[in-house]
Design a protein. Sequence first.
Length: 352
Amino acid sequence: MKANYVGVIGAGSFGTVVANLLAENNKVLLYTRNPEKLASIRKSQTNLSYKLHENIEASDSLEMVAANCETIFPVVPAANFRQLMKDFSPYLHPYHTLIHGTKGLDINLPAGVTLDSIETTNTDVECTRHNVKTMSEVIKEETVVVRIGCLAGPNLAKEIYNKQPAATVVASSFDSVIKEGQRLLKSDLFQVYGNKDLIGIELTGVLKNIIALASGMLHGLGFGENARALLISRGLVEMIYLGKALGGNLQAFIGLAGVGDLVATSSSKDSRNFTVGNRLAHGETLQEIIDSMNEVAEGINTVKIIKKFAQHYGFRAPITETLYQVIYGKKTVEDALTYLMKIPLNVDIDFM
């Protein structure tokens, strides 16, 4: 094997679709740590009902991926991302490029403390910018890799797999990373834009999951398009305030990765976060929903983190705060949405 492969770490639905996109013009190594999934891919060249391009090879060796791929796309849940980087770090070098596709946050908590235990035991732990990190920041902390980027945008996996027109944003502070992402991913049906605000673009992908959860609840209760439009527009305002507090710029939130992704994931039954909200509105418990899902809905942990973050810095995030109360059983879905519809606002837009 020669070092001219492109790597994808994570064989979930989005990782699989990214691998297929890359395989149109490249040999791809798709990493999975799941032995059953590895065997299935090698036997049938399929994964999660997706047929894999013939240019894709499956591997369970991080060392092999690092040795044979200069550009690598990590696409794993945020809760597993830091440990992955720790495991991957011994094999990585400064010449590697990592462009992640994870839409979640990493939080560093004291040993034995979880996000749930903070709430249930009233543990005095703060969520600050010091211990809440984006995935690019995790890569910097855990590896020697310098050229770092992220993928963000309205990228519903099933539509991309079915070759419906779509687009994404590759964000990085390095022009070379943006150009490499565009070279590898761009096709007649898949447009790739560039953006230099790495943190801002990462945060758009993270924060829109909160609004998608709420939108799923609206749908589940039978609310109409006027209510959805209200939620999405007010949700965008909340995202901008939160994103700026976390270090992003306004421009990231009004482009494809911001409002574009927000509209897609707040309107599609193929969105995991929308689905969670919808099922909550139909009376299922959060634990029942989580136990039945094959993949992570990042919005759940994002709500928990952002609520504590906003609380620490003393600014209001009404949608996030209300969803937090639903997650911990302090409000019903019906009461939460009724409350959100009645919040008095004197100004439509006040962040420009």
